[in-house]
Write a protein that binds this ligand. Structure first.
Ligand code: AMP
Ligand code: MG
Length: 349
């Protein structure tokens, strides 16, 4: 919470700085929009930046893609041997644990806080279950028919290796201890925390007046548009992803994360198995929700909460979002929308 307020203040300071750079609210009438689509972190990256020249835009696009690739390679990937998460996973069960960078220690501390506050729904140790379901193979598209479901006994055994309650994080000593078989999976927060870093990158580029960067289910809005109009962020209709259930109108810097049962899934015998697992069962969460969108100033939080709220459902999920000062919008299975009071101010049908 303290951190959240701190970043809120930072956003306020940046806002006044952007007044100095290019007219109040980041307005620079001579600026125009440049767009670029790429892939990184296993997802499609869409960037729109407002600046004076294509050369400036290209330079920013390159830096954004590079930052995301490095984040994956050096910090987050469970797959690449070069990453810190890989090294932590490889040391699971070692008596001396694994060393942590200050950065990863802080990320893990926040994840463990959300684990506690969500009563275990959000759990970064779901790695072994995510591997067993082979969720990462679903990323390329929606597999149909042939997919072999995990057998319940193997799933039960796999779930014994999950549970953030058994992580020991020594914050001061920068060490982590995990039991053998446990594996971190930061897939539920990686894109959100990347948004925070991208916000800092954009802050360091005075030639920009505004930007929107979309990383899969997480979006960053930053600065303002030359004409002073607000950012429009559509909230996808989970059962017709070519349409929206509504649009958020936002000013300045925000992180918007969505978790949905339409993002990655397989269908077997007419049943949809999606990628957000309930740690209480090891099966895809069945809380009556098809999609959750969280609005926050902080990327890691928006991403962690969207996953947690999807599992918790609208009642407990709404309480969790409120606890963190974030806004939430749930699309339920029956098509009903459950929208927090604060979110209503930004949301239009
Ligand atoms: P998101 O799309 O942000 O909701 O994140 C979903 C991803 O997080 C999945 O693809 C898994 O890699 C991972 N995951 C699945 N279930 C959980 C869970 N209960 N807690 C944390 N991460 C999870
Ligand atoms: Mg998430």
């Amino acid at each position: 919470m303290k951190r959240f307020l701190h970043l809120g203040m930072k956003a306020a300071v940046l806002f006044s700085m952007s007044c100095l750079w290019g007219g109040c609210g980041g307005r620079s009438p001579e600026h125009t929009d440049y767009r670029y689509t790429d892939t990184a972190m296993g997802t499609v990256i869409q960037q729109t930046v407002y600046c004076a020249s294509e050369g400036e835009a290209r330079e920013v696009f390159r830096e954004v893609t590079e930052l995301l690739q490095e984040l994956e390679k050096d910090l987050l990937s469970w797959r690449l041997e070069t990453s810190e998460v890989y090294a932590v996973n490889a040391a699971a069960g070692e008596k001396e644990g694994a060393p942590l960078s200050e950065e990863l220690a802080e990320i893990l501390e926040q994840c463990l806080e959300v684990y506690q506050d969500s009563e275990g729904a959000f759990d970064i140790t779901m790695g072994p279950a995510v591997r067993l379901w082979n969720i990462d193979a679903w990323a390329a598209g929606q597999q149909q028919g042939e997919y072999p479901l995990p057998d319940p006994e193997t799933l039960g055994q796999t779930m014994e290796n999950c549970g953030s309650g058994r992580i020991r994080l020594e914050r001061e000593a920068l060490r982590i201890f995990m039991p053998r078989g446990m594996q971190l999976d930061l897939g539920a927060v990686g894109k959100g925390l990347a948004l925070g870093k991208l916000g800092e990158l954009l802050d360091s580029r005075p030639e920009l007046s505004g930007a929107v960067i979309s990383l899969g289910g997480s979006i960053l809005t930053w600065g303002g548009k030359p004409d002073g109009s607000s950012w429009k962020v559509g909230i996808v209709n989970p059962r017709d992803t070519s349409s929206n259930v509504g649009v958020l109108s936002l000013e300045g810097q925000w992180c918007i994360s969505t978790s949905g049962d339409y993002e990655r899934y397989v269908e077997v015998d007419g049943v949809r198995y999606h990628h957000i697992l309930d740690p209480a069962t090891g099966y895809p969460a069945a809380s009556g929700v098809r999609g959750v969108t969280i609005l926050s100033k902080e990327g890691l939080l928006s991403d962690a909460l969207s996953t947690a709220c999807f599992i918790l459902g609208p009642e407990e999920g709404m309480a969790l979002a409120e606890h963190y000062g974030a806004e939430a919008l749930f699309v339920l299975e029956n098509g009903e929308l459950v929208v927090s009071e604060g979110m209503k101010g930004y949301f239009g049908g």
